[in-house]
Design a binder for this molecule. Structure first.
Ligand code: NDP
Length: 329
């Protein structure tokens, strides 16, 4: 009979700041019906881990943190037909990824193509599929679309800039330091703005856009930029609030959408854009395929052992990072 395996796991014992994080040994059962067991090569660090640890998204504690990773299948449970031992797989949703060995529902993993290293796959899944749905499905970016992208040197931001440029759109990028602005510019941003220095951010965005409002604002910074994002839009433009790195946006008077010119507002989550196996595979294979083909580049901004996860999150929350951070279990 198959036996349990001991894994190292990053545990949130109760909500709080990064100091609550603990690395513990946990027992992992053999994979159950429809599951694969994976030896994890790398775990992605994401802002959603912060919201979950802080209790912004309520989750009963204790829990194993993180939602993203990649590794090699070491065992398959009953009923699994499209995954075999030795397969390289990656995923970007579902708690519990922050461990050296995990059991995953086989329907939630995506095959990693040859030519893509496992750490790059771990770095690409959640942020890559997020950028993918934001530019393809939340708003159909095309030639001539003008988009505002905040935190453009960050994980999602760098991918948004590249994907919008690949569709011949125009990008007005913001970031919080000259080095970060340079990253956005290198990736193809048409105009860059240091939003820490702009007194009138919406005015500066419009100025960079020839006086007009932008078609779509991609805002994962939230509280600090939300008003300026709304005011940067053209009449009937789309406000995409997809996160709150600076804090969650407080309750909002819908009448403002009218006053600013019949604006649209959406607060999307990746869960609704990867809800079916078909859609998950389409987005996941598209992102990993673009990386394999050299059309999309992933900057791994830092690798931390699991035991130094708190430092990784402090760096992310402290705006000291660019690109993607990984934990190595
Ligand atoms: P990033 O790598 O972009 O890091 C966040 C960046 O936000 C920082 O580097 C910083 O860049 C900027 N920022 C501005 N103000 C603050 C602040 N007060 N505190 C911290 N950071 C600040 O993170 P991710 O790519 O992981 O995530 C970006 C956003 O996307 C997050 O809000 C996340 O929740 C969201 N997200 C949403 C998903 C969805 O489906 N809705 C899925 C995945 C991510 P700078 O120094 O340039 O200002």
């Amino acid at each position: 009979m198959a036996s349990t395996t001991t894994a190292r796991a990053l545990v949130v014992p109760h909500t709080g700041d990064s100091s609550v994080l603990e690395v513990r040994d946990v027992e992992v059962a053999p994979p159950g019906q429809g599951e694969v067991q994976v030896e994890v090569a790398a775990v992605g660090v994401n802002f959603i881990d912060v919201y979950q640890r802080q209790g912004v998204y309520a989750i009963p504690t204790p829990f194993v943190s993180c939602s993203e990773g990649a590794g090699t299948v070491t065992a398959v449970g009953p009923g699994v037909t499209d995954c075999a031992v030795g397969d390289r797989v990656a995923w970007g949703s579902g708690l519990g990824a922050g461990a050296s060995v995990v059991n995953r529902d086989a329907d939630t993993v995506v095959p990693v193509p040859s030519g893509v290293e496992l750490d790059v796959a771990a770095a690409a899944m959640l942020q890559g599929m997020t950028a993918h749905y934001l530019v393809n499905s939340t708003y159909a970016v095309g030639p001539g679309t003008t988009a505002l992208v905040h935190a453009a040197a960050g994980g999602v931001g760098q991918l948004l800039v590249q994907m919008i440029k690949a569709k011949a759109g125009r990008v007005i990028a913001t970031a919080g330091s000259p080095d970060k602005l340079e990253i956005a510019r290198r990736l193809g941003a048409d105009a860059v703005i240091n939003y820490r220095e702009a007194d009138d951010l919406a005015g500066t965005v419009r100025e960079a856009n020839g006086g007009a409002g932008v078609d779509v604002a991609y805002d994962g910074v939230g509280k600090a930029t939300f008003d300026a994002s709304l005011e940067s839009l053209r009449p009937r433009g789309l406000m995409v609030l997809f996160g709150g790195a600076s804090g969650q946006v407080p309750p909002f008077d819908i009448q403002r959408l009218n006053a600013l010119g019949s604006l649209f507002l959406t607060r999307p989550t990746i869960a609704s854009y990867t809800a079916t196996r078909e859609e998950l595979l389409e987005r996941g294979t598209s992102v990993l395929g673009d990386i394999a083909a050299g059309r999309l580049s992933i900057e791994i901004g830092g690798r931390y052992p699991l035991t130094e996860a708190a430092t990784a999150y402090d760096d992310l929350e402290g705006r000291r990072t660019t690109g993607k951070l990984l934990l190595i279990p």
